[in-house]
Design a protein around this ligand. Structure first.
Ligand SMILES: Nc1ncnc2c1ncn2[C@@H]1O[C@H](COP(=O)(O)OP(=O)(O)O)[C@@H](O)[C@H]1O
Ligand SMILES: O=P(O)(O)OC[C@H]1O[C@](O)(COP(=O)(O)O)[C@@H](O)[C@@H]1O
Ligand SMILES: [Mg+2]
Length: 324
């Protein structure tokens, strides 16, 4: 027998991602249409522990579909990782009458949702992270916007890099995940793309590729490095010292996390938000919403968290074959 749900809470957690607002909008409006009381919880699990929340109506989510960031704010909450923190959150749900929760965030946030689900609060996870590193889903909200933001910035860097016959080393985000780097590398025609999934070899990945292309007359170089592989500045210094090519480092950083979401992020966020409420409404609990092909699907949270996904190394081969 499905538990009776009257009030649904929604929160955003972990790194913000463009399109989170579109998801919140879809969740709140679908929930209200289906007759639920909707509560916005601020600052992720911190807000759940502290009771920072407010009832939302259809107008609470007006004028946000095009805005980056999250109107609910977000946070990383260490306390919630502890049993004591989770017990406080559970007590707060009971006090506020929150019967179920929709969590928009990454893999860490879903582990938090599972902890609450295990204590009787039905939870639905929605993948919201620019990194696209949610194993069960081919796509995460914010990923498309972040890549487009990075491409726009790197196109600008290309102009100045070419004008000075320089090498630009550009660091993009992607905590342990090279999806942004690989796609952005192909989209910007980068000479080399360094991914966390592949051990870095300075001679093979940089020097050999520069020499090969210099023979054909190329004098400027763009190198994309995913955060954590090597510091962009350190790599630029090494390239300049070894090849004599004037080199500069650019860390795109949190620029990639902001800005108005793309069509793809707005549409997927809206579909996923609707799907999350539809699941709860059907009495289907403790699922993670995901994309498979262009379809919205869902997985049991335990299954979702045990899945693995691998980056398509054939795409690196394509990048390396074309950027010569
Ligand atoms: N193992 C865990 N158990 C319970 N809660 C967790 C766990 N891991 C992460 N969380 C909660 O989720 C929040 C966001 O996780 P984090 O990994 O920083 O981001 P993301 O969800 O984007 O991957 C953490 O600050 C914490 O409150
Ligand atoms: O917000 P912070 O603490 O600077 O975190 C930066 C990290 O957040 C991200 O932007 C997104 O990661 P999550 O989605 O897992 O939170 C990573 O690419 C990056 O490593
Ligand atoms: Mg994460």
């Amino acid at each position: 027998m499905a538990k009776e749900i009257k009030t649904i809470g929604v929160l955003t957690s972990g790194g913000d991602a463009p399109g989170m607002n579109a998801a919140v909008r879809a969740i709140v409006r679908t929930g209200i249409t289906k007759g639920y009381r909707m509560m916005g919880i601020q600052r992720g699990y911190n807000g759940l522990i502290n009771g920072e929340c407010y009832e939302m109506n259809v107008r609470s989510v007006s004028e946000i579909i095009h805005r980056g960031g999250t109107i609910l704010y977000t946070a990383r909450c260490l306390e919630f990782k502890t049993q004591a923190g989770q017990s406080k959150a559970l007590a707060r749900c009971k006090e506020l009458g929150i019967d179920a929760l929709v969590v928009i965030g990454g893999d860490g946030s879903f582990m938090g949702a599972r902890a609450l689900a295990n204590q009787g609060i039905p939870c639905i996870g929605i993948p919201g992270t620019i990194d696209n590193d949610i194993a069960c889903s081919e796509y995460t909200i914010g990923y498309d916007t972040a890549m487009n933001t990075a491409v726009e910035a790197i196109d600008k860097l290309r102009d100045t890099t070419q004008s000075h016959d320089r090498c630009s080393v550009v660091e993009v985000m992607g905590h342990h995940a090279g999806y942004i780097a690989l796609n952005v590398g192909i989209a910007t025609g980068a000479l080399a793309v360094l991914l966390p999934e592949r051990p870095f070899d300075f001679e093979r990945d940089i020097l050999a590729r520069m020499r090969q292309t210099q023979v054909t007359g190329k004098k400027h170089f763009i190198i994309i490095v995913s955060e954590g592989v090597i510091s962009a500045q350190e790599l630029a210094n090494q390239i300049q010292a070894t090849t004599g090519v004037d080199s500069r480092a650019t860390v795109l950083g949190h620029i990639q996390r902001g800005g108005s979401p793309t069509v793809r992020d707005r549409v997927n966020a809206s579909l996923m938000g609707y799907h999350a409420i539809d699941l709860l409404d059907k009495g289907i609990y403790n699922r993670v919403v995901a994309m498979s092909g262009d379809k919205i699907v869902d997985y049991d949270v335990n299954v979702a968290l045990s899945m693995h996904k691998t980056i398509d190394m054939d795409m690196l081969e394509v990048a390396n074959s074309i950027s010569i």
